[in-house]
Design a protein around this ligand. Sequence first.
Ligand SMILES: [Cu+2]
Length: 271
Amino acid sequence: MTARGEQDEAAPILRFVEPRDGQTITGSTVNVKLALAGELKGYKPAKDPATGMGNHIHVILDNQPYEAYYSLDQPFELRNVTEGKHTLRVFASRPWHESYKNAGSFQMISFTVKGGGDVSKPTTTATGQTMADNKNANANKNTNANANATAATPPREGKDVASSQAGEIDTTKPHLTYSRPKGDYKGADAEAIMIDFWLVNGKLQGDGGEYRVRYTVNGGDAKFIDKWEPIWLTGWTTGKHTVKVELVDKAGNVVENGGYNSTSRDINVTK
Ligand SMILES: [Cu+2]
């Protein structure tokens, strides 16, 4: 953190350039373009080629696990997005995936896809013959794009996303966005694993509000987070673990909001 100078005191502000809130997109590829402003103090998303790490943005389609987006110079491609309504949430993150929690770091929009993709259902003709496998079509498209690009242009960041739909979210009501943990944790990274989330339209009890964040690991005893800060849990064993994070009210009931306030993720730990 010392080497990072003042950037951990930064107040990055993100803005959606694309898609626009409420936009309808035809086709299964959704380009996410973001603008970054605010008090940056040296904060810049970029992947260090040597370590594969760096400041980045967490991009969350519906309530899927986030994708890391490093270079804002090029759009992030969400591929094979299914037809229907979706939400997109973004916020600024540090290399160790802890989010910036200043107002404006988090943004959410909704958009609708028409003629979306589905990896499990390759494009077919009216007679049922397979015309193209969606995955291969994307791979070919990327190869062609790379062949036409100059050597200085890196391939676009992107992801073939899972099938999902937006929850019926009320943007004025309390709303928790699950961020970490996710994925695989090995060696030193598995010693202390961070729980981190984003919260809008509500305060936790320790911050002068009325809500609590309840979490469980592998369905064990419920524990609570009463201040909006990351926590680090130790004592993990090798294997799969399920982490559940929920926003609850004074009575301990999950605050209903499109299903986003109660999220479980499986992680894999290798000690
Ligand atoms: Cu991250």
